[in-house]
Design a protein around this ligand. Structure first.
Ligand code: NDP
Length: 250
């Protein structure tokens, strides 16, 4: 799978799954821009991508932007388009959790999770759909979660935001299909990143007991699915949710 000549934007590319997605595209010839809020980590990922370069025309960069802020995202994407010319592949990966039972969940934690996980994809897609429609080509891949399919006690904000991403994806896939743009979701299960590191050993064991493949997944395993959906091999796939979860949801 070669992405030479393609430009990819990965939100939340500074860590975890997003970092692995950014590196995988870099290894396969793409130019990659990442969005994140942590400068040190973002710079580190750009350095890693530089070391993987296979084509002199490849470029890499980061933009410090909070994906939940509509105006900030608009300004940053317009800067990116004017500097880089185009975005062929958009991966909406940035996401957070603020877990609590509904009875104890603050309005602030509800709003924050919905804004970072769900409003963010409105923010990016609204701006990038137009140039993709003009180009009559493009791939949008939204990183949802198995929790958006199954629900989970203690995660009403997270599961609502992730289920919302799936509805958004299917609607946008229908809106953009006539222009040759494919919009899909990848739904990871239990993946080894900073997000899951903080879970208690008891919760980790409980989750693992529900994984038929009996192990935690690696961020690179999610990246492989994203690269497939972004490739020409997936040109007849749109509006779908591809779970990468060791068989957790079937
Ligand atoms: P991490 O916490 O490791 O990384 C999250 C990334 O999102 C970071 O790069 C962070 O960048 C970025 N981010 C967070 N908030 C913002 C914001 N407001 N604006 C811009 N960037 C932001 O998480 P994972 O890699 O584990 O998760 C990545 C995606 O995968 C998420 O959408 C998550 O919901 C989903 N997922 C993860 C699973 C798992 O088991 N790990 C399972 C299912 C889904 P920075 O630090 O620079 O702000």
């Amino acid at each position: 799978m070669q992405f030479t000549g393609k430009t990819v934007l990965v939100t939340g590319g500074s860590a975890g799954i997003g970092r692995e997605i950014a590196l995988a595209f870099a290894k396969n010839g793409a130019s990659v821009a990442i969005f994140g809020t942590n400068e040190e980590r973002s710079q580190g990922v750009v350095r890693e991508m530089e070391s993987l370069k296979i084509d002199n025309a490849q470029r890499f960069g980061y933009y410090l932007v909070d994906v939940s802020k509509t105006k900030e995202v608009e300004t940053t994407i317009l800067q990116l388009l004017s500097a880089w010319g185009q975005v062929d592949i958009l991966v909406n990966n940035a996401g957070i959790t603020r877990d609590n039972l509904l009875m104890r969940m603050s309005e602030e934690d509800w709003d924050l999770v919905v804004d970072v996980n769900l409003k963010s994809i409105y923010n990016t897609c609204r701006i990038l759909a137009r140039p993709m429609m003009k180009a009559r080509a493009g791939k949008i891949i939204n990183i949802t979660s198995v929790i958006g399919l199954t629900g989970n006690a203690g995660q009403v904000n997270y599961s609502a935001s992730k289920a919302g991403m799936i509805g958004f994806t299917k609607s946008l896939a229908k809106e953009l299909a006539s222009r040759g743009i494919c919009v899909n979701c990848v739904a990871p299960g239990y993946i080894q990143t900073q997000m899951t590191e903080g879970l208690s050993p008891q919760v980790k064991n409980e989750v693992l007991s529900k994984v038929p493949l009996s192990r935690i997944g690696q961020p690179s395993e999610v990246a492989h699915a994203v690269l497939f959906l972004a490739s020409d091999q997936a040109n007849y796939i749109t509006g779908q949710v591809l779970t990468v979860d060791g068989g957790m949801v079937m």
